[in-house]
Design a protein around this ligand. Structure first.
Ligand code: HAM
Length: 419
């Protein structure tokens, strides 16, 4: 036998049991997004590499180390998208739907980053991304956050904490960056390897370090909050008021910086302590400069993306019941039953019952075993006797010893009452 081919490291198959749970999350998200007036946009998975260098930032980890880039047969430099915001802005400029307009959009799909795979961190992962264009005021920042909170409630997700921060305008951040650099230079001997590498390129990211040895240096660093321009300070105050009024709890984390360069003012993250190091389930913020930076006329914008794998893992840990199994399994004993059974199953589906019909024969015991494995609550048993009188035996597989006989005409209604 020749050696079998394995999937690419960090790129996973989603098997049917997992897909059921994904679907439940996707459907809940779609409902919530619709309720706030957001509309779906579908974007290419491959974009020109330059788009990401110009938006995410050429000095970020994502662009420097993690992109799946290649030259295609025409010699164009292309990249499998590492995130969705850049492509969404590109599409908005190209299709002319951003200038002087308010747009509320969402997208879903695979993203690609060549990170070191571990639980909750993959090389192909999936996001649901949401972007709101054309609104500068913090009411829309609050709306985005409320939308997340509603989705967690809808899904019954517990234990997610919200952290927010403001990065101010680009000018304010540059001034802060200079001051931070001055401070970090005095601590050079205490910086770890990662931080030394970031020192020249992206010193703000040092604040994000998870290394326990770095926490002292970080705690004493000057605070970005003290360098905010007045407009950003007011913007942030109003956001906090909106959230407080709406009853959303949050923590202001002045060390919260993001791994993408395009953010201005609001940034936020929803985190969990149940997924080890991969704590961020959903993250985003405002990026007022990006549309102009990518060649469009200036337009304010804010958004977020949630990581499907992490969300689904959390739901699985909570032991949610999002699996979709058949509601009934049709046991068919003998040739006459097999013939009549097919029509009965079709009528049940017409009536809206999810029913899996036994195929390939087998005795009562074997078929009941399959019924149990299908996850269905009820087994409908059709034997010679039932065929003769037009009835079917209904066995509740989740309640011992409970079996009753119902006419075939009435069985769909009978089940619908029970389910
Ligand atoms: P991000 O923080 O890079 O932001 O990613 C958002 C979410 O995607 C993360 O919080 C995480 O749940 C998930 N995620 C990221 N990388 C991985 C990975 N390697 N494996 C599994 N899950 C992952 C963005 O992508 C921005 N585009 C969000 C945004 C939209 N900001 C404004 N609009």
């Amino acid at each position: 036998m020749s050696k079998s081919i394995q999937a690419v490291r960090g790129m996973n198959d989603l098997l049917p049991d997992v897909v059921d749970r994904w679907r439940a999350v996707e459907e809940a998200a779609r409902e919530v997004l619709l309720a706030y007036g957001y509309r779906e946009i579908r974007l290419p998975i491959v974009e020109k590499s330059e788009l990401f260098a110009r938006s995410i930032g050429s000095l970020t980890d994502i662009v420097e180390k993690e992109m799946y880039s290649f030259e295609d047969r025409s010699g164009d430099n292309l990249t499998l998208r590492p995130e969705g915001t850049a492509g969404c802005v590109r599409a908005g400029i190209e299709n002319g739907f951003l200038h002087n307009q308010i747009q509320r959009l969402w997208y879903a799909g695979p993203m690609f980053r060549h990170e070191r795979p571990q639980k909750g961190r993959y090389r192909q992962f999936h996001q649901i991304g949401v972007e709101a264009f054309g609104i500068e005021s913090p009411d829309v920042d609050a709306e985005l956050i409320l939308m997340c909170a509603r989705l967690w409630r809808t899904l019954g997700l517990e234990g997610l904490a919200l952290q927010i921060n403001s990065l101010g305008t680009l000018a304010a951040r540059n001034e802060y960056r200079r001051e931070l650099l001055r401070y970090l230079e005095t601590k050079r001997s205490q910086l770890d390897e990662d931080s030394l590498r970031r020192l020249d390129k992206n010193p703000l990211r040092i604040l994000d370090s998870k290394n326990p040895d770095m926490q002292g240096v970080i705690a004493e660093a000057p605070s970005l909050m003290d360098h905010l321009d007045d407009d950003s300070r007011r913007h942030f105050e109003r956001l906090r008021d909106y959230l407080t009024q709406a009853g959303v709890s949050f923590v202001v984390n002045p060390r919260l910086v993001r791994g993408l360069d395009y953010y201005t003012r609001t940034v936020f993250e929803w985190t969990t302590d149940r997924l080890g190091a991969q704590a961020a389930v959903c993250a985003g913020g405002r990026y007022d400069g990006l549309v102009e930076q990518l060649g469009g006329r200036p337009a304010p914008a804010a958004g977020f993306a949630l990581g499907m794998e992490r969300l689904v893992e959390l739901l699985a840990q909570q032991g949610d019941a999002h699996g979709v199994c058949p509601q009934a399994y049709l046991v068919l004993l003998g040739e006459a039953a097999e013939k009549q059974g097919m029509a009965l199953a079709e009528r049940m589906r017409d009536a809206g019952v999810r029913i899996e019909s036994n195929c390939g024969g087998g005795g009562l015991k074997a078929q009941l075993k399959r019924a149990d494995r299908s996850g269905a609550r009820f087994a409908l048993i059709l034997g010679d006797e039932e065929v003769k009188i037009g009835s079917v035996a209904v066995k509740d597989l989740r309640q011992a010893e409970h079996q009753t006989s119902v006419t075939q005409a009435a069985v769909a209604d009978y089940l619908k009452q029970k389910i």
